[in-house]
Ligand binder design. Structure first.
Ligand SMILES: Nc1ncnc2c1ncn2[C@@H]1O[C@H](COP(=O)(O)OP(=O)(O)OP(=O)(O)O)[C@@H](O)[C@H]1O
Ligand SMILES: [Mg+2]
Length: 498
């Protein structure tokens, strides 16, 4: 039996907001988590990327806040959501506004890289829901401009990252300051064992909801692999993006991950030299630069974005067709999150990994600790000669590599949860678990390969490598107008955000 939102005990204002969002069926994590959160239980929720964890904690919390109807506490908040990056905090705050559009709750977000004074002023009278990065929150607490005395619900989104090295000190302080009788909710697509052990220190007999085996890559992502020397990666990337070496899937937006900020800048610069416009987003960019890069990517004005792990977690941009791991992450869970920027809300996606000789150990770890299965793709013909500049393939003329802005493709009904990109109007969203995957029973990963997607060309699903890729591959990218945190060891690097 398909579980409906109306079965979950949500209030009318929340149900109406969901209707406005075009959601009609809860995802498995929503179906399982919402009733427990409404009961006031502490909860650890694990589900794959892009399956609606934000609504799983936000919808019932909005209702709980409404029901309790407590006054907004002075210089404090009733619900605090902590997120690892500024962009993610902003996105969650927007979701809280969308989901709570008719609930009459006050929502604010505070993140580093913006004016502290403005934050101090806006929180003076308190708020119902606050979404924050830990650094900025503690700044305000240290200045006595904010406190946690009124806290009813604490949410750690990307919980494993929040409990890891980069944030653990901040989290311990926040735990000390928060009332002991609060409700605590943890959500992530990944939860390494050693981090899971820390969860109990933050909550009280939590319900655990694991929709899929922990730390698995989203089912709808086709994963490919190039074995390529480190100094040849840039040439390979250029050939792929310019369409001279087609890869499976049709380009719409391409997100490229590097391990370092410097590496991201270098890739952007070199792409620019061959007429492929791209932006970079990482921890050394100013907040306005980061925001602009993300906006231009969302609007597909510059549909190539090169990022460090600052963009790996939680970011929800419809129409990311490809994620390219230019360098593999050294933390396997990070791979799950990076590639999870594609194939969201029931859509399909392609992930391509570039693996150099010295990254083989990372690749092995990724395969072992996530369920990633790669189809290996061959390097272009005459690749070595092209790299050395003596091959027959000329550099593309800049005009040739410009991508034409494309209208979002109508997707097959079965794959369409968003009905295209956001700006495209609000068609009804469908349940992300499509045919063959009964709702509410997301357990157990891939049942016998993925359902037939709408991208075609990969007969029989995943098994069987198919060099040459699917028809209609990356060629289309060539026609479009192109455009664009530090790598982190577990919990470190760019993750630490004010
Ligand atoms: N029940 C639903 N019906 C239709 N669309 C939904 C539903 N729930 C969520 N979505 C959409 O799915 C997308 C992904 O949601 P969300 O960002 O919450 O995923 P997530 O599980 O938190 O992913 P990640 O692990 O990457 O953070 C969003 O665009 C959201 O609007
Ligand atoms: Mg999320």
């Amino acid at each position: 039996m398909t579980i409906k939102f109306s079965d979950l005990g949500l209030s009318q204002p929340v149900m109406q907001a969901l209707d406005m969002q075009g959601y009609d069926t809860p995802t498995p994590i929503q179906a399982q988590a919402i009733p427990a959160v409404l009961e006031g239980r502490d909860l650890l929720g694990i589900a794959q990327t892009g399956t609606g964890k934000t609504a799983a904690f936000m919808l019932p919390s909005i209702d709980n806040l409404r029901k309790a109807d407590n006054q907004i506490p002075f210089k404090s908040c009733r619900m605090l959501v902590l997120a690892p990056t500024r962009e993610l905090a902003g996105q969650i705050a927007q979701s809280a506004k969308d989901y709570g559009a008719l609930a009459g709750l006050k929502v604010h977000s505070i993140v580093g890289g913006t004016s502290v004074n403005k934050d101090r002023n806006k929180l003076h009278r308190g708020t119902d829901i606050l979404v924050a990065t830990p650094g900025r929150l503690l700044d305000l607490i240290d200045q006595k401009a904010f406190n946690l005395s009124g806290l009813e619900v604490l949410v750690l989104d990307e919980a494993d990252q929040m409990l890891d090295l980069g944030f653990i000190h901040a989290l311990r302080r926040i735990r000390e300051l928060a009332p002991a009788d609060r409700q605590t909710l943890f959500f992530s697509a990944t939860m390494p064992k050693q981090i899971k052990e820390l969860v109990s220190g933050y909550c009280n007999n939590p319900v655990q909801v694991s929709v899929t085996p922990e730390s698995t890559t989203a089912e709808r992502i086709d994963q490919y692999l190039f074995m390529v020397q480190a100094n040849e990666k840039q040439s390979l990337l250029e050939m792929i993006l310019s369409g001279r070496h087609p890869v499976p899937g049709e380009f719409e937006r391409v997100l490229i991950f590097t391990r370092t900020k410097h590496g991201a800048d270098r890739v952007v610069k070199k792409l620019g030299q061959v007429g492929i416009a791209a932006n970079a987003i990482h921890g050394n960019k100013s907040q306005p630069q980061r925001q602009r890069a993300l906006d231009e990517f969302k609007r597909a004005k510059v549909p190539v974005l090169v990022a460090t792990d600052v963009a790996a977690r939680g970011i929800d941009i419809p129409g990311v067709s490809h994620v390219i791991n230019y360098e593999l992450p050294n933390v396997p869970e990070q791979y799950v999150h990076r590639i999870g920027r594609t194939a969201r809300a029931g859509a399909d996606g392609v992930a391509i990994a570039f693996c150099a000789e010295d990254e083989r150990a990372y690749l092995k770890d990724i395969s072992k600790q996530t369920d990633a299965e790669f189809d290996r793709l061959p390097l272009p013909e005459n690749f070595r000669a092209v790299v050395e500049g003596v091959g027959p393939t000329k550099r593309a003329h800049p005009n040739q590599t410009k991508m034409k802005r494309v209208k979002p493709k109508p997707r097959g009904a079965s794959a369409d949860m968003r009905g295209g990109v956001k700006s495209d109007g609000p068609p009804k969203k469908k349940h992300p678990n499509r045919k063959g995957k009964p709702s509410g029973t997301g357990q157990g990963g891939k049942p016998g390969g993925r359902p037939q997607g709408n991208r075609g060309g990969k007969p029989g699903g995943r098994p069987g490598g198919k060099p040459g890729g699917r028809p209609g591959g990356g060629r289309s990218f060539q026609k479009r107008r192109s455009g664009g945190g530090g790598g982190q060891r577990r919990g470190g690097g760019a993750s630490r955000q004010g």
